[in-house]
Design a protein around this ligand. Structure first.
Ligand code: ASP
Length: 246
């Protein structure tokens, strides 16, 4: 049985200095290795994508968890989505504050909340109800974040994500982000929206997206790529078809 894991550190990486890009690449390699180790031991695709994304959320030069871009009020509001291709179960959170690992909270939403998607104050309350570890906003903000670049308003970030295929033939996808830089408080991008920021189903593919959320959500890009794969196209051809249809 083929095992696979693919991770990404976001569409904004081209905007980073060489040193930061190297740090991001190293984090991606570490994340992929962590996910692969789980898959090799027979672990699930969901476990693998969560573990991989946790590592990327800890990387200070990527826009997720620690290192998230601040919004226009200097606060950090993060979005995350995890999806299990076995049964299409999913968990998502949006505008969550003061957690180091939003993807793990999204997974807890999937498994323990009785719902699929929690936002803002309700997501906060759920995190506290289940005793999810909280942190200060200072722990998430990196002082010299992207200091060597000019960040235009609404710059695309370095959202992180992972997709995996496990030994049982199940796929999963996960996406986590601090969103775009200087975004308005309460702005939610594509990342936590099912079918936009990610999608996974065993019958087609697993996809994690990055890019300008206001554009990606219009075309429900991740589900669209899965649909193309469902017609027999490869993942790459599916993505190319989506692009050429825009
Ligand atoms: N898609 C993310 C958002 O719009 C940004 C990114 O991919 O870096 O929030």
């Amino acid at each position: 049985m083929t095992l696979a894991i693919i991770v990404h550190g976001g569409a904004g990486g081209w905007n980073q200095s060489t040193a930061r890009k190297q740090e991001a690449i190293a984090a991606c390699a570490q994340a992929a290795e962590a996910g692969q180790a789980i898959l090799r031991q027979g672990g699930s695709a969901v476990d693998a994508v969560e573990a991989a994304v946790n590592i990327l959320e800890d990387c200070p030069v990527l826009d997720a968890g620690r290192g998230s871009y601040p919004n226009a009020e200097g606060n950090v509001e993060m979005d995350a989505l995890i999806m299990d291709g076995r049964d299409l179960n999913l968990g998502a959170i949006a505008a969550i504050q003061r957690v180091r690992h939003p993807i793990s909270l999204a997974r807890r939403v999937m498994l323990e909340s009785g719902h699929s998607f929690l936002v803002g104050a309700g997501a906060d309350a759920f995190a506290d109800d289940i005793g999810f570890e909280r942190c200060s906003v200072e722990e998430l903000l990196i002082d010299d974040l992207h200091i060597d670049e000019m960040i235009p308003t609404s710059a695309i970030g370095d959202t992180v994500g992972a997709v995996a295929l496990d030994i049982h033939g199940n796929v999963a996808a996960a996406t986590s982000t601090g969103g775009t830089a200087n975004k308005r408080a309460g702005r939610v991008g594509d990342s936590p929206l099912v079918g936009s920021g990610a999608y996974a189903d065993n019958w087609t593919a697993a996809v994690s997206a990055t890019g300008y959320g206001e554009a990606l959500m219009r075309i429900v890009i991740s589900k669209r790529v899965c649909d193309f794969v469902g017609t027999g196209l490869s993942a790459r051809s599916g993505f190319t078809s989506v692009r050429s249809n825009l």
